[in-house]
Design a protein around this ligand. Structure first.
Ligand code: LLP
Length: 427
């Protein structure tokens, strides 16, 4: 978080509030989110992309009513990928025309809800869906604005991208072999649909813009083909999300203005070469906006030194509040935040309290050798895909999200209670 500092006693403060006070008031584990940081990242993205582009925050990274209001106030749009995200967005007052609806298997009920609400665009992901959305829109007497999601044959990963095999996945319609062009043909032929553009999402936690450049090149190729075949120039190109953040000091993320400049340049150049008007660009950052704005606060419970190996430090949460280490081998850092220590560094593994040996929060970390039960430790950069992927494994109660701003901390998603847990169990 941008506002983290240590007070004279060595206690970390966030927006001026000691973490010890936060733990007392809100308990642990808990996620603390720096609202001003979130808002300023929204503004940075909006300003970097400018008036001829649209930024859609990807709600899957983390969504709540408060987040929706912040996005609305900061002028961002919102990408939702389920009925649940859609109702959260609508309930919190996001204007429907600023919502994009994604997903590879949207139910007819979800589609109808989205069309009725008047969402700005639905991103079509299969031949069945083209027909479904057209049918529902026509039944409601509207023309739904849609994009078609294509797979461009680039799969980007952190530092490299490989140009094979990634059409072998569930999302999108492949450019190669003509399925994407066929989807365009069918969409243009249906009264209920207004095709406004082509969408591509190449991956996540990407640092290098070259994967986006290849994607832009291929999408513009399709736009040229559409112009040649159908005589229409589609007005939009959506390059998806996926921009990486720093989880550890090894990561070197790009600033939004750098990304915006690279994408504008490549799209403009490719369109000039193809003799096309430059379309509006849209992007869908999730992690890059919310990821760095939050940290998870845990209390240390047990400490188990294993001779010649490492010390296992158990905290009061685990894979139920951060599945990413277990699922993706993701790397996180950790720090002692309730005090300072001059003790020697001790090779540690921070683990949770779940009944599973893969329940690891931070695989390798150095914590001070005098670490003791009751100490508070914090794992930064847990704003994205931690609360949103949290589970009730072992009947864990999912932690709250607390927003901190101007020295005031307030719960935006409350902690689950035993009553919440038992309420669903009606047997
Ligand atoms: N747009 C589309 C169409 C997407 O599929 C995604 C992510 C995004 C935008 C946002 O990507 P971001 O900017 O947040 O990287 N659970 C995984 C990430 C899965 C992302 C899926 N789609 C994780 O924890 O790393």
């Amino acid at each position: 978080s941008r506002t983290a500092a240590r007070n004279e006693d060595g206690v970390v403060t966030v927006g001026g509030i000691e973490v010890t006070r936060l733990a007392e008031e809100f308990g642990t584990p808990a996620y603390f989110l720096d609202e001003e940081d979130f808002r300023s990242r929204c503004r940075a993205w909006a300003e970097a992309f400018g008036a001829d582009a649209d930024v859609f925050y990807a709600g899957k990274a983390f969504l709540s009513r408060a987040v929706v209001r912040w996005l609305h106030e900061e002028g961002l749009n919102l990408d939702v990928c389920s009925g649940g995200e859609l109702i959260t967005a609508l309930d919190a007052g996001m204007p429907a025309d600023r919502i994009a609806f994604h997903g590879n298997n949207k139910s007819p009920e979800e589609i109808e809800r989205a069309v009725r609400a008047g969402v700005g665009r639905i991103v079509l992901d299969s031949f069945q869906e083209i027909v479904r959305v057209a049918h529902i829109a026509q039944g409601l007497g509207v023309r739904q604005r849609v994009l078609i999601r294509v797979t461009v044959g680039v799969e980007a990963h952190t530092h490299e991208f490989i140009a094979t095999a990634h059409e072998d996945q569930k999302f999108g319609l492949p450019l190669a072999g003509g399925q994407a062009a066929e989807a365009v043909r069918r969409t243009l032929g249906l009264d209920g649909l207004e095709l406004v553009g082509i969408h591509s999402h190449i991956g996540s936690q990407i640092f290098d813009t070259s994967g986006f450049e290849v994607a832009a090149h291929r999408v513009v190729g399709l736009l040229a083909q559409i112009r040649d075949e159908h005589g229409v120039e589609l007005p939009e190109i959506d390059l998806g999300g996926g921009l990486g953040i720093a989880y550890t000091s090894d990561d070197d993320p790009r600033e939004p203005h750098h990304i915006a400049k690279a994408l504008h340049e490549i799209v403009t150049r490719e369109c000039e070469n193809a003799g096309l008007r430059t379309p509006r660009i849209s992007v869908e950052p999730g992690r890059a906006i919310v990821g760095p704005t939050a940290f998870t606060l845990y209390e240390v419970g047990t400490i188990k030194p294993l001779q010649g190996l490492r010390t296992y430090v158990s905290v009061d949460g685990g894979m139920s509040d951060n599945i990413r280490t277990a699922l993706y081998d993701a790397e996180y850092s950790v720090a002692l935040v309730s005090r300072t220590s001059d003790a020697a560094p001790m090779l540690s593994r921070v683990v949770g309290k779940h009944c599973e040996s893969g329940d690891i929060v931070v695989r390798d970390a150095f914590l001070p050798a005098d670490l003791a039960p009751g100490d508070l430790i914090a794992v930064p950069a847990t704003g994205a895909y931690c609360r949103s992927m949290a589970s009730n494994y072992n009947h864990a109660l999912r932690p709250p999200v607390v927003a901190v701003r101007d020295g005031v901390a307030r719960v935006i998603v409350r902690r689950e209670t035993e009553e919440d847990l038992l309420r669903l169990d009606v047997g």
